[in-house]
Ligand binder design. Structure first.
Ligand code: GEM
Ligand code: ZN
Length: 375
């Protein structure tokens, strides 16, 4: 039996794999960081039968509450990722599984590969409405790519989406795949009407280095990009620095920053109620957006979420807070679960790549319903 993680977004350390009913593993920390929780590895099984895999350092991971009622995902073909029996005893996370085929992958959530990221960008550029722009390079030398969809113009709103600042939150890029596919669909009336009223700047992956490295939360040098928005630098956070410069050039009328949440088994948003400029206009816009999204899909809810920021106490190093304040615009962090949507549980797949993509399509409809009110 062999276990490996030497591939795109791979992360596992093998402590002892000599006994298939007591395989001892550990998740590696992000480079130059204390954060870890993302795992993705392959088991090549030789003898068949039940395998018991223990992730021994689960209790020191970034968000231990993420392991409660959590089920790992597995795949034979790297396309379909299904949930497998998983238990957390407060110390180690244990996966118990009997493979049906020779080789099986395990991961924290359905991975979104760098190759698929390149396919997403280069398929999108084929659309007459879409420009693929490269703002610069990351610290590992990868492109910082954005898609401009539609044309700016008098009276047109400027809408920005960023995703996967936290690379282990791969559901964020699945969300963007669904969002982009619908926005570029020439037969889709919502998309076509939106492009008459708005231009979109989309960053499907803010952190390609961290994604490929198998990080949970940081870039190549252990920097949490979602704490860099007030004073980014080319030396530490070129991903944020270059996207933020582009935002300052284009302006922003609506911003959505797409994330995943380890603990809460729901989809939710975090708003900008704590920014200094928060007022009745922004409060009303936030309510409009949430009310319409509640009507569009039962996959969204607004009862559970992060604690609200006190007035004026928002952390302006966080993307949605800094952008909301800088541009006095509607600005949300959108969170999807690593576990499942407890309101519509799927015991075979949990929250998934497909549901993330469909949620991205639904958010486009919500934007359609608020776009005229953004200013
Ligand atoms: C969170 S977002 C932080 C809270 N945001 C707002 N607007 N109150 C983070 O970066 O800690 C997103 C995440 O980690 O997924
Ligand atoms: Zn995040």
């Amino acid at each position: 039996m062999q276990i490996s993680a030497n591939f795109d977004s791979g992360n596992i350390e093998v402590i002892d794999a000599s006994q298939q009913n007591n395989i001892q593993l550990a998740i590696k920390k992000d480079n130059q960081s204390e954060f870890f929780q993302w795992f993705h590895f392959k088991l090549h099984n030789t003898a068949g039968g039940e395998h018991i895999l223990h992730i021994l350092n689960a209790s020191q991971s970034a968000y231990v509450e993420g392991w409660d009622n959590y089920q790992a995902v597995a795949s034979y073909d790297r396309e379909t990722w299904f949930r497998v029996p998983t238990d957390y005893d407060g110390e180690k996370l244990t996966i118990t599984f009997t493979p049906e085929y020779d080789s099986v992958y395990f991961a924290y959530f359905a991975p979104y590969s760098y190759e698929r990221h390149q396919d997403l960008l280069h398929n999108a550029q084929l659309s007459i409405d879409c420009q693929l722009q490269v703002l610069g390079q990351t610290l590992d030398g990868r492109d910082i790519s954005i898609l401009k969809v539609g044309e700016a113009g008098e009276g047109k709103k400027v809408i920005w989406l960023t995703a996967r600042q936290h690379p282990g939150e791969s559901m964020a890029e699945w969300f963007m795949e669904g969002f982009i596919e619908r926005l570029l669909d020439e037969d889709d009336g919502v998309a076509r009407a939106l492009l008459n009223n708005a231009v979109f700047y989309l960053v499907p992956n803010m952190n390609p280095d961290g994604s490929v490295r198998g990080h949970l939360r940081t870039n190549a040098i252990g920097v949490n990009l979602n704490r860099e928005w007030q004073t980014p630098s080319l030396e530490k956070s070129p991903e944020v620095y270059l996207v933020r410069e582009k935002m300052l050039a284009t302006g922003v009328d609506l911003f959505l920053d797409i994330h995943g949440d380890e603990a809460l088994p729901v989809n939710f948003v975090a708003g900008s109620e704590g920014i200094p400029s928060y007022d009745q206009r922004l409060e009303s816009l936030e309510k409009q957006f949430k009310d319409i999204l509640l009507k569009i899909t039962p996959e969204f809810q607004d009862s559970k979420g992060y604690d609200k920021d006190e007035p004026g106490k928002a952390n302006l190093t966080v993307a949605s807070c800094w952008v909301g304040e800088q541009f006095n615009c509607l600005s949300f962090t959108i969170e999807m679960p690593f576990k499942d949507n407890e309101l519509l549980p799927d015991h075979s797949f949990g929250w998934s790549d497909i549901r993330s993509s469909l949620f991205g399509r639904d958010v486009l409809t919500a934007i359609y319903h608020v776009v005229d009110n953004l200013r």
